[in-house]
Design a protein around this ligand. Structure first.
Ligand SMILES: [Zn+2]
Length: 80
């Protein structure tokens, strides 16, 4: 790996790999592109979309009971 300080063909100013003179940003983009293409190919072969891992929504956070009780008492005190 080395650094020229010159932008690559896509205009990234980043470190480059000595092996293929590709800048690390280009390499990352190419990897992402390749992965996407591979996934699409797999989908075509299988004839069905590959289920993406959907991040589960966080469960609704319940405030601790003690805090709720304290708040309830606070309200009662305030309103009475
Ligand atoms: Zn680049």
């Amino acid at each position: 790996m080395y650094f020229t300080g010159h932008p690559c063909k896509r205009g990234h100013v980043a470190c480059r790999y000595t092996a293929n003179y590709q800048c690390v940003t280009c390499a990352r983009l190419d990897r992402a592109k390749y992965r996407k293409k591979a996934t699409q190919k797999q989908q075509r072969l299988l004839g069905e979309p590959i289920p993406q891992t959907v991040p589960k929504p966080f469960p609704a956070q319940q405030p601790p009971l003690g805090l709720m009780e304290a708040f309830r008492r606070y309200l009662i005190r305030k309103l009475s």
